[in-house]
Structures are given as structure tokens and as C-alpha cells.
Design a protein around this ligand. Structure first.
Ligand code: TYM
Length: 333
């Protein structure tokens, strides 16, 4: 069976950027692509490239698992699992590090940005992160990897590594293709609409978290940065603020930019923002309700146990096969 795989880091708070750019897409794909087996995971090993408090990390892992399901991932369609519960990810990452070059990792823009911001204590893990991500992917031979725009470069590296290893060790990996939504693949910050909406931004006003209460959601949208023109028009280059809000509006309602423009013709931002606040709230309300039922449930553990079983089965086999191709250990019978 063909496969689809993706993951999210359990850092910060899951926000509508990650939701609209990735989770909502997974939910759509699980019914649009019935012939594919899905592997979706919580990338907790990725979260520790920067030190995390133990209790907080545990909480975020479970929160993300519950949010995935609350957002509509169907556990009968998707193998949902926690990355660190499948040891083959770390094993495969090492094998891939031995097939990657320092130069290509140094070119990763996310590493350059993050290491620049963090003057001291940049860990080796932050540097080798893209090889762990390549391992996450290549272990499962997925045909497609749905991600937002910011992960495109990491995915290209995973492809390069797969091709290189295939040439050296006789076609062991499927070369994955990115699946990047045309619209919504980059939702920007509410207070700086030229930058990505990010889980790790220190400014809470920059994003709407999936678990924000109604008045917070509406307040954040009311105070989102726009411009002084006061007309609802889509033009991401010249008017990034209002265009970003229109993108959020469009991805949730499916109403085209043209129709949104028509609807708010002759009105200022006030009505548009009031409506958008309500639209976002209505989208998140059922997610929050389902989340509250799930977070302390046994059901969630059963889902994660089942996901772990299946993921381990596939991943262990792959890492053993690669060990064998390299010549590690004893010859397999
Ligand atoms: P992460 O946790 O930063 O983001 C998870 C997914 O959400 C997308 N995304 C966004 N899309 C649109 N607008 C935004 N503002 C926005 N912010 C985040 C990301 O592109 C991503 O698809 N390294 C990955 C996690 C990972 C992974 C993998 C993904 C680990 N292994 C293997 C795919 C395959 C990460 O940190 O994503």
C-alpha cells in the first residue's frame, strides 16, 4: 500500500498556522486518498534540540496527540504515534548522518536562523535535525509528505539523501515528494504579517492558538496589523496584513478571495475582522470540545499504542534492512 507521512513538533502552542498549513490538510487527505496508509506523528525528538522542561514536554506531547484527533484525524485511517516510542527513528538518523555532508546541513536556512538567534549553546542536535527528519520520512517509504512551505528545504534534503543512498546501496528508499497546499502553506504572524506565524514566537498576539478562548481569539484578530487603506483587497506583496487575514478566511470557509472582496466592498476592516473572529471561533469550538473529552481519556492512549505498534513494525524492518545493506552486524539469514 502506498503511504503518506508527516509530523509536527510538540513545542509551544499549536496555532492556526500549523492547523491550516498542515493538520487540516491531513484531515482532507485521509478521505481524499483512500488507497494510502497514513503515518502521522508527534516529533518529540525534534523538540529537544533546545532544552525543555520535563513536565512541560510531557504535557505538550499529549496535548498535540489529543489535538490531532480533535481536529479530525481518524485513528482508524491514520497510524498516530509518538516519534520517541519508535527507536528506529534515532537509529536511522545516525545511519543517514553517515551519508550526509556538513556543507549541506550548514546550508539549511532554519538552522542558520535559529543558530543566529541563539548565540550560545547551539546543540549538535539542532545542526543534525534535518537528518533526523529525513530518517522520520525514509523509514516509511512514503510517496507524499504534506508540509507547509517552511519545511520544503528539509524535504529536498531528504530527497537528496534518499537518492544518494539509493545509488550507493541499491535502491533502498522511496524518494518522497512534498505535498504543499497552494494556499495556506504559509500563514503569517498577526502582528508582523511578513513573518511566519510560529509556535515559538514570544509574542502571544502573533498567533491564535487552537485552545485560545473565544474572547482572546476575537481580540487578537481585532488587533491584527493591517494598513491604513481600509479596503479588503488581496495583494500579498503590497498588503500582507489584510491578505494574510483573507487567507485565513479563505482556507476556513472556502470562499474565494474575489467573493470575500465583493462581500466587504465599501466597508472598513472592522466588519471584516468581526466576521473573521467569529469564523475562526466557530472552526475552533468543536475542536476544543473534543479536545477536552480526549485529553485525559484512555481512548487517546489506545490510539497511541496502536499507532506505535504499526510504526515500530514498519520502521524496525527498514532499519534492519539498511543495516544489512551497509554490512553492519552479521549477515541476515
Ligand atoms: P513544525 O512543527 O514547525 O510545523 C508542523 C507543520 O506545520 C507547518 N506550519 C505552517 N504552515 C503554514 N503556516 C504556518 N505559519 C506554519 N507553521 C508551521 C509546517 O510546515 C509543518 O508542515 N520538522 C518539522 C516536523 C517534522 C516533520 C518530519 C514533518 C519532523 N519530522 C517528517 C514532515 C515529515 C517541524 O518542525 O514542523
Amino acid at each position: 500500500m502506498k503511504r503518506i507521512l508527516s509530523g509536527i513538533q510538540p513545542t509551544g502552542s499549536l496555532n492556526i498556522g500549523t492547523y491550516l498549513g498542515s493538520v487540516k490538510n491531513f484531515v482532507k487527505l485521509q478521505s481524499q486518498m483512500p488507497d494510502y496508509e497514513f503515518f502521522i506523528f508527534i516529533a518529540d525528538l525534534h523538540a529537544i534540540t533546545v532544552y525543555k522542561d520535563k513536565q512541560e514536554l510531557r504535557g505538550k506531547i499529549r496535548e498535540l496527540a489529543a489535538l490531532y484527533v480533535a481536529c479530525g484525524l481518524d485513528p482508524t485511517r491514520v497510524n498516530l504515534f509518538i516519534q520517541s516510542e519508535v527507536p528506529a527513528h534515532s537509529q536511522m538518523a545516525y545511519l543517514l548522518q553517515c551519508n550526509s555532508y556538513i556543507g549541506e546541513l550548514e546550508r539549511m536556512t532554519q538552522y542558520k536562523d535559529k543558530s543566529r538567534k541563539q548565540e550560545t549553546g547551539v546543540t549538535v542536535g539542532l545542526f543534525t535535525y534535518p537528518t533526523l527528519m529525513a530518517a522520520d520520512i525514509l523509514l516509511y517509504d512514503p510517496e507524499f509528505v504534506p508540509v507547509g512551505k517552511d519545511q520544503k528545504q528539509h524535504l529536498e534534503l531528504a530527497r537528496d539523501i534518499a537518492i544518494r543512498v539509493n545509488n550507493k546501496y541499491n535502491d533502498i528508499f522511496t524518494v518522497p515528494k512534498p505535498l504543499i497546499a497552494e494556499i495556506g502553506a504559509k500563514i503569517n504572524s498577526l502582528n508582523d504579517p511578513t513573518a511566519k506565524m510560529s509556535k515559538s514566537d514570544n509574542n502571544e498576539k502573533s498567533r491564535i492558538n487552537l485552545l485560545d478562548p473565544e474572547n482572546t481569539i476575537k481580540k487578537k484578530i481585532r488587533s491584527a496589523v493591517t494598513d491604513s487603506l481600509g479596503t479588503v483587497k488581496y495583494n500579498p506583496e503590497e498588503r500582507p496584513g489584510v491578505s494574510n487575514l483573507m487567507t485565513i478566511y479563505h482556507v476556513i470557509t472556502n470562499i474565494s478571495f474575489e467573493d470575500i472582496e465583493k462581500k466587504y466592498e465599501g466597508m472598513g476592516y472592522k466588519e471584516f475582522k468581526e466576521d473573521l473572529g467569529e469564523i475562526v471561533y466557530q472552526e475552533l469550538k468543536p475542536i476544543q470540545e473534543r479536545f477536552n473529552d480526549l485529553i485525559n481519556s484512555k481512548e487517546l492512549d489506545t490510539i497511541l499504542d496502536n499507532g506505535r505498534e504499526r510504526a515500530n513494525q514498519v520502521a524496525f524492518k527498514k532499519v534492519m534492512k539498511f543495516n544489512d545493506r551497509i554490512g553492519l552486524g552479521r549477515k541476515r539469514k
